[in-house]
Design a protein around this ligand. Structure first.
Ligand SMILES: NC(=O)c1ccc[n+]([C@@H]2O[C@H](COP(=O)([O-])OP(=O)(O)OC[C@H]3O[C@@H](n4cnc5c(N)ncnc54)[C@H](O)[C@@H]3O)[C@@H](O)[C@H]2O)c1
Length: 359
């Protein structure tokens, strides 16, 4: 029998072509949760990407997220010059699920078993909804995990390194826009004051930047006041006239409406998958807004996890690699200008060249 009318909904849900090497979708025997481990590419080495545990309406949404995020990890790791491929794992929490500590532990043991069954094709680490302590539980079932707590002999959380890479990218973007790397006196609008955004805001305030900040978590207002930053509500944050908009919350923030309403010269932030649609890169370009591609800007965490976890790691050398993200951002701006392409296309070109060289 020929299937003449394939259901197009899975394609529409994922939104990107299926180019993955291997995808494991399994129901955890302890937790009963649907776990997806997506290995997008091992061309440059073992696939590395975090484990996300998050609420989604349907398990298929979680699978789609794993497919998108793992493909982005291939680009991120390649653009960062790491000898690592791209992968991601996503644990689906049905809406309104609150896990107990015991249930969370079961989910991590199930994740460890799923990863172990891939025989080293994929290495995990913490991501949204997980942390270094939970990675220590994964370690009970597999060695293919990094970012364990320092107390367990691991390298800890990567947020400091991610913030350092975003800071270097901000300086590179200011230089491209104003011909000066000076942060003092520049006005930056930060949306999201979490692990990364909070550290970044502290550093920028210390360097003399003028900050406007926002977070869905209103408890962060006290922190904003300590920094001397101006607090604005979340729904108005992208309207604020400033030099740079710095998204550090969840992804998808740059949709067509938001891009149309931005009142800045550049966008540089930690958030993953900032563009709601890839066309957003051209829209930003057409508005004369310089966008530093997220997967280049926020690679500090993965660079830290990968290189600091190596035996006898030289932490000064790791910090220098994170700092060099600024040079990659400058290169992408130069390529984009020279070739008349978007910064997204220039960053994808850089990653593709590294992947092609490994063929
Ligand atoms: N932690 C890392 O090392 C790392 C590495 C690479 C990428 N990222 C990405 O950076 C972003 C931030 O990561 P994090 O570790 O700081 O996460 P986090 O959960 O600690 O912080 C996110 C913050 O953003 C806030 N937030 C959520 N939605 C918001 C919105 N619409 N407007 C304003 N604030 C909002 C949350 O309340 C929270 O305070 C995420 O997109 C993450 O995927 C993080």
């Amino acid at each position: 029998m020929t299937l003449t009318h394939p259901n197009p909904s899975l394609d529409a849900l994922i939104g990107i072509p299926f180019t993955h090497e291997r995808v494991l979708i399994t129901t955890g025997i302890r937790s009963g949760l649907v776990i997806t481990v997506a290995v997008h590419s091992t061309r440059l080495g073992q696939a590395l990407g975090g484990a996300r545990m998050w609420q989604y309406e349907n398990w298929t949404d979680a699978v789609a997220d794993a497919l998108r995020l793992s493909a982005a990890m291939t680009l991120k790791n390649a653009a960062a010059g790491l000898h690592l491929g791209g992968g991601k794992s996503v644990i689906h929490l049905p809406l309104d699920t609150e896990l107990t500590d015991a249930e969370r532990r079961d989910a991590m043991l199930d994740l460890g078993d799923a990863i172990e069954s891939l025989h080293g094709a994929y290495m995990t680490a913490e991501d949204v909804g997980t942390n270094a302590e939970l990675m220590a539980v994964v370690k009970e079932r597999t060695d293919h995990v990094c970012g364990l707590p320092v107390a367990s002999g691991g390298v800890g959380e990567p947020a400091e390194a991610t913030a350092a890479g975003v800071y270097a990218s901000i300086v590179a973007t200011l230089e491209a826009l104003f011909g000066s790397r000076e942060v003092a006196g520049r006005h930056l609008v930060i949306a999201g004051l979490g692990q990364v955004g909070g550290r970044l805001a502290t550093r920028l305030a210390a360097a003399g930047a003028r900050l406007t900040v926002s977070d869905v978590n209103l408890a962060r207002q006290d922190f904003a006041a300590e920094l001397g930053a101006t607090w604005v509500p979340v729904d108005g944050v992208h309207h604020v006239p400033a030099d740079l908009f710095v998204p550090c919350g969840l992804g998808g923030v740059l949709n067509a409406r938001v891009i149309g309403e931005l009142n800045v010269l550049g966008v540089v932030g930690a958030a993953n998958n900032q563009l709601a649609q890839p066309e957003g890169a051209a829209q930003l370009d057409a508005r004369g807004i310089l966008w530093a591609p997220d997967f280049v800007v926020n690679a500090g965490g993965v660079i830290y996890l990968a290189l600091a976890s190596e035996p006898n790691a030289d932490l000064d050398a790791v910090a220098a690699r994170v700092e060099a993200i600024g040079d990659v951002v400058t290169q992408i701006f130069t390529d984009a200008r020279g070739l008349g392409i978007t910064t997204l296309a220039a960053a994808e070109r850089l990653a593709a060249a590294r992947l092609d060289a490994a063929r």
